[in-house]
Structures are given as C-alpha cells and as structure tokens.
Design a protein around this ligand. Structure first.
Ligand SMILES: *Cc1c(COP(=O)(O)O)cnc(C)c1O
Length: 358
C-alpha cells in the first residue's frame, strides 16, 4: 500500500488500530462465525457493542448523569431539522459562523421563529463574532464549535444565559468539553470519531418534551432514547468502527492527552504558515484559529504558484489539502488520528517549496 499523508476534511484519517480491528470483525464478529454486517442487531453480541460504545462516550467525555448518548442515521444535516423540531417553541437564536451554521439556521427558520444573533458572513467567515447579545427570550442558542470549511473554532464552552446546543461535528473528542453547559451536542461521526453513517447526539433528557408540536416518530429524540438507539436498524458497521476509535482514544490517555497532541500538531503547521513568506493564513484573528482545520493561501506575490505547490505536495504524498472552493488555497485537517509525522512531512514540504521557488 502506498504511504500517504491524509489531510482530508471528512471522511478522513482514522486510527490504523480501529481499521484493522474492523477488518477482523468483518470476517468474524465476536466469535459468532458471522461478519458484523451479517449478525442481528438484536443479538446479545451486538447489544454489548451498543452498551460499551455508550459507556465509552460517557467515560471519555465525562458526560454527567441525566444525559443520553444516541447513535443515529441521517448525518449532522438531519439534526439541523430535528433540533428545532424538538426544542423550538417560541424562538431560537443562532450564531452564523459558516456554511454549516447557516444551513442549521435555515432549517430552524422552516420550523419557527429563528434569529441570527451575529454572523461573520461579511468576510467569508474568517473570524468568530464576539460581543453579541444572546436573546434571553429564546428557547435555545445554537453554535457550531468548529467551522470545518473556514478553519475557525470556538474552543471554550461559552456561558449562555439560555440552553446551549452545539454542532461539534468536526471537533468532538479533540478536547475536554464541559457537557453540563449544553442541553445537546451533536455531529456526524466522520471527522473525528468514526466512519460516515453514524450521527452522535448527546442530549439532556429533562430538556425534552417542552414543545407543543407533533414530532414525527423518527425525528423525536424520545423515540431513540426509549429504543436505546435501536428503534430502527442502527448503522452497525459505523458504530463498531466508532467503538474501536473510542478505545484507541482511551488507550492514548483520553481527551487531555489528545488535546495536547492536537495543539502540538496544530502549532507546528501554524508556525510554518506564519513563518513561510510564500503563504498566509486566512483566519483574521489567531485566537479564532481551529486546531482541527488549517486554512492558508499563497501570499500575494506568489499567487501564480498555487497549482505548482499543489502538484509539489501531491508528489510528496499529501492528500486532501485543496481548500474549499469558497475560501480557495489550501486546507489541512489535522484530526485526532492524523499522525504528527504527517504534519512534519507537510511542513517540510512547505519549506522545501520555499527554498526552490523564492
Ligand atoms: C461535516 C459537517 C456537517 C455535515 O455533516 P453530515 O453528517 O454530512 O450531515 C455539519 N456540521 C459541521 C460542522 C461539519 O463539519
């Protein structure tokens, strides 16, 4: 197999340990003599995986009592709709920090009165708005903690005077989180915790049941709480790989250790972006920079060298560093499973390109 450095934004790099364990389970799952994609989701062997996976989430993220962890289908994009369905009665407030946040707000507007508290759309979302006022008459405040496309991140658990809900698709499990500050945290698994196909929902049970509308069965979180995430057939394979990924994370020492490793990798790359005169970072304020997704473009004097750098990096095994079309330039996603050696290889590649082209 050829060696690559995978900087894809999602789906993305996963721990080799998790992938290898998944290959074994595809052949023979838990000694059943069947593949994991052949066993009944009602079998005791599968139930054990569901229980263990929920327990791993609770332990690693230190989730307090009173919260449920659900593993659903539909992606984070379906949650954009189910959040307002389940929580919006009179009014909802949203922070618009990127395209995903905007999509979440759009769905809420389709359900009821949803307002945009602040937006950074004016400068292609290259900063996190600050100094805004959260309306206290809203049912909840929705934020997107990591803006995957633009490389900005809210890396603290903000204080909200009203219930807080966060899309953490692309930075969940990258740092410790004070779950008690949120009534709900959700995301697609495919950026830090597993393959595409499973969506995680951490929801505070007593925050539910406060809206008067009819909620369709499959869109009602209570359905999935009662059904133990198995009201209907769960995405078994994706959940299993997530289980292995969580075990890998726990084995490394958990979220404090993971955060340190992520900061170290992130600093390596940002230091090079800042040092190398051929490149400039796209995020306006350093404190808003994401430690997951790193965005940069060619400096003005070297604009004509963009394609050349892309080809140069590709030759050296770099995968997935093309920036999103709305930002241009480059983006390297350094998720949990991205090895430090890959970041070092990218930095070396940027330095070499500078030596040859400046
Ligand atoms: C990728 C992403 C999504 C979309 O996730 P799907 O599971 O594909 O629907 C939503 N929000 C954020 C922050 C993302 O990075």
């Amino acid at each position: 197999m050829k060696t690559v450095h995978n900087f894809n934004a999602g789906p993305c790099v996963l721990p080799k340990e998790a992938i290898n364990a998944a290959i074994e389970a595809l052949k023979d799952f838990a000694g059943t003599g069947m593949s994991v994609i052949e066993v009944s989701h009602r079998s005791k062997e599968w139930q054990a995986v569901m229980d263990e996976t929920e327990a791993l989430w609770k332990e690693i993220l230190n989730i307090p009592d009173g919260y449920k962890v659900l593993f659903l289908g539909g992606g984070a994009s379906t949650q954009f709709l189910t959040v307002p369905m389940n929580f919006l009665e009179k009014k909802a407030a949203y922070l618009e920090t990127g395209v995903w946040a905007k999509k979440a707000l759009k769905e809420a507007k389709g359900i009821g009165n949803a307002v945009c508290v602040a937006s950074s759309a004016d400068t292609i979302f290259n900063y996190i708005p600050k100094g805004y006022t959260i309306p206290t008459d809203a049912d909840y405040f929705h934020i997107t903690t990591n803006n995957t496309i633009y490389g900005t991140e809210i890396r603290e658990d903000i204080n909200s005077p009203i219930p807080l809900i966060a899309d953490m698709s692309s930075d969940i499990m990258s740092r410790p989180v004070d779950v008690s500050k949120y009534i709900m945290i959700y995301g697609g698994a495919q950026k830090n915790v597993g393959p595409a196909g499973v969506t995680f929902v951490i929801v505070k049970e007593d925050a539910l049941g406060k809206v008067s509308r009819y909620i369709p069965t499959m869109l009602d979180y209570k359905t999935h709480i009662e059904g133990g995430s198995m009201f209907n057939t769960p995405p078994v394979f994706s959940i299993l790989v997530m289980n292995y990924t969580m075990k890998w994370l726990k084995g490394l020492g958990g979220l404090k250790v993971m955060e340190q490793m992520n900061i170290e990798k992130s600093n390596l790359l940002y230091n090079e972006i800042d040092r190398n005169s051929m490149f400039v970072g796209t995020v306006a304020n350093k404190e808003d920079r994401s430690i997951m997704n790193h965005c940069w473009v060619m400096a003005e004097a070297y604009k004509d060298k963009e394609d050349a750098f892309m080809a140069f990096a590709k030759e050296r095994g770099m995968v997935g560093i093309k920036g999103h079309r709305s930002v241009g330039g480059f983006r390297a996603s350094l998720y949990n499973a991205c090895p430090k050696a890959s970041v070092e290889a990218l930095v070396a590649c940027m330095q070499e390109f500078e030596k040859l082209n400046k």
